[in-house]
Ligand binder design. Structure first.
Ligand SMILES: Nc1ncnc2c1ncn2[C@@H]1O[C@H](COP(=O)(O)OP(=O)(O)O)[C@@H](O)[C@H]1O
Ligand SMILES: [Mg+2]
Length: 266
């Protein structure tokens, strides 16, 4: 079932930041996404869950233009971005944190953030650290937000695993993107670090819209955002954390599939 999205001659709903409209991604006959639709309001938090292989990372890849939709549309700020190149989509205000760390380990914590904060956002290519005043302030702000002010002059490689993840979230925040896509930000974290990450993400709302992918249900509960469940590339359910937790269809999907994934009632 397709959802209503703004078309050219209509005034787009100003609250709507992103609409994924009936997107299918076909990898040589295998549909990693199958007619999937979802909308995100500005400043909101959405948590995307689903068993391994459900298509969660593919959805992020499609939103940011790394994977091409076979059919369907992605609308961002009222404009279609489905076929734009990735760097143009990034320029328009979407930033993604990958499952694997993307920090520059030989640079300091501060310089990692400074590069991310640079206007052109091509920070992985430009090592020019001639940072303007406003950017310096923004870096200070982000350091506070992710709790790394005290460690700003240390080499990033010396950070603990959880701190590296927070630095990466900070790098995404420093780009000042409107929409942040966080793919499994708590991978490899213990309970204390996971709680801190949920707090950090919640502190970003309002200023940013955040789509978080994770399957750790205790983390999902702490995030306390609306949850969308993806299963075999298709929309399965959307609801509050407690609605999803008590949904028999969702439980069946988790119990019937990946053993590695936490069942929603675990
Ligand atoms: N480039 C690709 N080519 C072929 N199959 C792919 C490709 N990327 C992902 N897939 C398949 O699509 C499905 C969804 O993958 P993915 O989006 O990574 O799932 P999730 O992030 O939910 O675990 C998986 O079965 C995966 O093997
Ligand atoms: Mg994934």
């Amino acid at each position: 079932m397709n959802i209503m999205v703004p078309v050219e001659h209509e005034t787009p709903d100003p609250r709507l930041l992103l609409a994924v409209d009936g997107v299918t991604v076909d990898f040589d006959g295998f549909k990693a996404l199958n007619n999937f639709s979802m909308t995100l309001d500005r400043g909101s938090l959405r948590v995307l869950i689903g068993p391994n292989g459900a298509g969660k990372s593919t959805l992020c890849d499609t939103i940011i233009g790394r994977v091409r939709a076979t059919s369907g549309r992605v609308i961002f700020k009222g404009e279609e971005i489905t076929r734009l190149p990735e760097d143009e989509i990034v320029r328009r205000g979407i930033c993604r944190k990958f499952q694997t760390p993307g920090i520059l380990p030989s640079l300091t914590v501060r310089d990692n953030l400074a590069i991310a904060a640079q206007r052109d956002r091509r920070w992985w290519r430009s090592f020019g650290l001639d940072i303007r005043g406003t950017e310096r302030e923004r870096v200070d702000e982000v350091l506070e937000q992710v709790g790394l002010t005290d460690r700003q002059h240390e080499t990033a490689s010396l950070l603990a695993h959880g701190e590296k993840q927070w630095l990466e979230i900070g790098m995404v925040v420093a780009t000042q993107a409107d929409l942040l896509l966080l793919d499994e930000p708590t991978a490899g974290m213990g309970p204390a670090e996971t709680s801190r990450t949920a707090e950090l993400i919640r502190s970003l709302l309002g200023q940013h819209t955040v789509l978080v992918i994770d399957h750790d249900m205790s983390f999902v509960e702490q995030l306390d955002g609306r949850v969308t469940v993806l299963h075999q590339g298709q929309f399965l359910k959307e609801g509050s954390v407690s609605e999803i937790r008590n949904d028999p269809e969702v439980a069946a999907v988790y119990l019937g599939r990946a053993k590695d994934d936490a069942a929603p009632h675990a």
